[in-house]
Ligand binder design. Structure first.
Ligand SMILES: Cc1cc2nc3c(=O)[nH]c(=O)nc-3n(C[C@H](O)[C@H](O)[C@H](O)COP(=O)(O)OP(=O)(O)OC[C@H]3O[C@@H](n4cnc5c(N)ncnc54)[C@H](O)[C@@H]3O)c2cc1C
Length: 140
């Protein structure tokens, strides 16, 4: 596994194996460590004058974060589920129509295939991420 140290590894990518591993690298990296999910917002960091001195801790290998499950009581969406995957999974469920619409219309097709729900919620530039807003609106 690659490692990132606080002072001298700017630009390194760590592929965390599990949540504990991710937290260890984030804590070790301090303010220079950034979570990487789908990368659609992070990759635009340089355009915004951000991220050129950061290390990235990818969540891609953490299997529980890719969980997507529907029961009678709950829809469980792992933070690494993409907008596209979510939209297809719930497209035929009447009471989740608003969320399906939001997930299938955000950004553009390429972004939807990469952008994750966790990334959407965590992107601080958006005060009301589109999925949150529509999810709240679709609650019974
Ligand atoms: C062309 C374009 C159009 C867009 N249009 C819309 C739109 O209409 N509506 C809208 O709401 N958004 C829009 N976005 C923003 C888009 O929703 C985000 O880019 C995307 O959801 C981020 O997800 P990601 O997985 O790519 O995250 P990344 O780019 O990987 O990360 C984004 C941020 O979230 C943090 N992060 C990611 N996952 C986690 C996690 N699990 N825990 C903690 N922090 C985490 C990262 O550190 C980073 O700060 C658009 C983006 C683009 C590029």
């Amino acid at each position: 596994m690659q490692t990132a140290n606080k002072d001298d590894d700017a630009g390194r990518l760590v592929l965390a194996e599990d949540i504990e591993d991710a937290l260890t690298h984030l804590e070790r990296g301090g303010s220079s460590a950034v979570v990487l999910a789908g990368g659609t917002w992070v990759m635009r960091g340089p355009v915004r004058g951000e991220n050129d001195d950061k290390n990235f801790v990818s969540l891609a290998r953490i299997k529980p974060l890719h969980q997507l499950d529907l029961s009678d009581e709950a829809l469980t969406i792992g933070s690494m589920i993409t907008h596209d995957t979510l939209a297809k999974f719930i497209q035929d469920i009447p009471h989740l129509k608003c969320l399906a619409q939001a997930a299938s219309n955000s950004a553009n097709p390429a972004i939807r295939r990469a952008a994750t729900v966790g990334g959407n919620i965590s992107t601080r530039d958006f005060l009301q991420p589109i999925l949150c807003r529509h999810f709240c609106a679709s609650k019974p």
